[in-house]
Design a protein around this ligand. Structure first.
Ligand code: HEM
Length: 419
């Protein structure tokens, strides 16, 4: 009875049958929630052995693996869940967008979701430093230096994060406090609100027939409950088994006087690091992310920009638009990387804000406007499908840049496939 009451606080008594189709959401929100649960539990357990002092942090992590003890497994669970969460929340965000689940009723949840996405990145990033190994030290050094390119307060923000001019004990203490105190608190509040907003909107997004929601309703218990339990258990058991087999990486102890070659940012920031090799830092760190963020935040307000609710890719024919944009994104990104790398090798390129910043930005703006008119006027795509094409293009570009940063850059950050 208590259990039933608890479930009915989270869910309404009945939900529309079509919203519990696995192919509508692929359970991505539920998978994210299961990973957050694993992160909280494994994080609390890690507090028993981790020591946030630069003199002991590395050893406290290393000893977790001594004699095959359970604490190594707990660290693996925390590490793999955190990394998987980055991928799954990104996919969840894409599914929400591609199924038109950002109509005015759900717009607020889109913002809460964007905040949660920010928290997921921040949690991963702040946790990255804690093992105090070479990977952690240099990834955090690189990223915090990137923040220095933010206009006006760049240097102050770097100092704030590092707690001084270099990454050291104060940085570790600040990151530790944020990671185990501030972020879990914010996560809890935002997640409760996120779930409540889903419930308030009457469940997941639904198709409309003649302007009205269609379809039958079914009781939440057992229909939705069984599905949620199956997804949750499948995710949790997969992560537990995987973590028993594959250890989380741990490099040598941090050495501030010897940077590894190549020195790379954390994998989820490698797209930015890759872009920094081609464009002026202020544009990569501030201008482009601001444009992208403002676009995402204002999206629910753009008239006609949200695709048909409840249908993947705006219904029939939309899939082709997405595939084509995806293909264009792959070709454009890799061609850009190759051409720019070749130009940089063969000439003394000027890396000022004009030739590597403003001009490429104006070029991008021009191409965007031309493409917009081409898609809406010549190909007669609706505004929603045009927005979908741009969104797909940007996400594909980000994935390709990250892919290049992770797998195609070797010593000296040279392209390994070419030179
Ligand atoms: C830790 C991160 C997150 C967790 C645990 C989470 C969890 C969930 C869950 C359980 C649902 C309902 C089931 C489902 O859609 O699969 C949901 C729905 C939703 N989420 Fe998230 N979410 C997270 C991040 C995000 C992000 C990054 C966005 C978008 C930027 C987002 C936007 C939404 C929206 C708009 C809905 C309602 C979808 C609909 O009505 O169809 N969420 N979320």
């Amino acid at each position: 009875m208590f259990f039933q009451g608890f479930i009915l606080h989270l869910h309404p008594r009945k939900v529309a049958a079509e919203t519990i189709r696995f192919s509508l959401s692929f359970g991505l929100g539920g998978i994210s929630a299961s990973l957050v649960l694993l992160l909280f539990l494994s994080g609390i357990l890690q507090l028993l052995s981790y020591n946030p002092d630069v003199a002991f942090a590395y050893d406290s992590v290393k000893t977790m693996y001594r004699d095959n003890s359970l604490s190594g497994w707990v660290r693996n669970i925390h590490f793999w869940s955190g990394n998987l969460l980055v991928i799954v929340t990104m996919l969840h965000c894409c599914r929400v967008f591609f199924t038109g689940a950002i109509d005015p009723r759900r717009g607020k949840n889109w913002y809460i979701g964007l905040l949660l996405l920010g928290l997921v990145f921040f949690a991963n990033f702040s946790g990255y430093l804690l093992p105090w190994d070479q990977l952690a030290y240099w990834a955090v050094t690189i990223f915090t230096s990137m923040l220095g390119y933010l206009p006006f307060w760049g240097e102050n923000i770097v100092q704030l994060f590092r707690g001084g001019s270099e990454v050291g004990q104060t940085t570790l203490s600040v990151f530790y406090g944020i990671h185990i105190g501030v972020l879990p608190f914010l996560f809890t509040i935002l997640l409760v609100y996120h779930f409540w907003l889903v419930r308030k909107a009457g469940g997941l997004v639904r198709r409309k027939v003649n302007g009205h929601n269609a379809g039958d309703f079914v009781p939440v218990i057992p229909n939705l409950l069984v599905r949620e339990a199956a997804v949750g258990l499948a995710v949790i058991s997969s992560v537990l088994v995987f973590s028993a087999m594959v250890d989380a990486p741990l490099d040598d102890i941090a050495n501030p006087s010897m940077s590894p070659n190549p020195a790379k940012a954390a994998w989820f920031f490698l797209g930015f690091q890759e872009l920094l090799m081609h464009l002026h830092p202020t544009y990569v760190i501030f201008v482009l992310p601001s444009i992208f963020f403002i676009t995402l935040v204002t999206l629910p307000f753009w008239p006609g920009a949200v695709s048909a609710p409840g249908y993947w890719f705006d219904g029939k024919g939309g899939g082709k638009v997405v595939l084509l944009s995806c293909f264009t994104g792959i070709v454009t990104t890799f061609s850009f990387i190759l051409i720019d790398d070749t130009i940089q090798r063969s000439s003394e390129t000027v890396t000022d804000w004009l030739s590597r910043g403003l001009l490429p930005l104006l070029g991008l703006l021009f191409v965007t406007i031309v493409c917009y008119f081409l898609l809406t006027r010549t190909l007669k795509l609706s505004r929603a499908r045009t927005v979908m094409a741009f969104f797909t293009f940007i996400i594909t570009t980000l994935v390709c840049l990250t892919f290049t940063g992770i797998w195609l850059r070797g010593p000296g950050m040279e392209l390994t496939v070419l030179f």
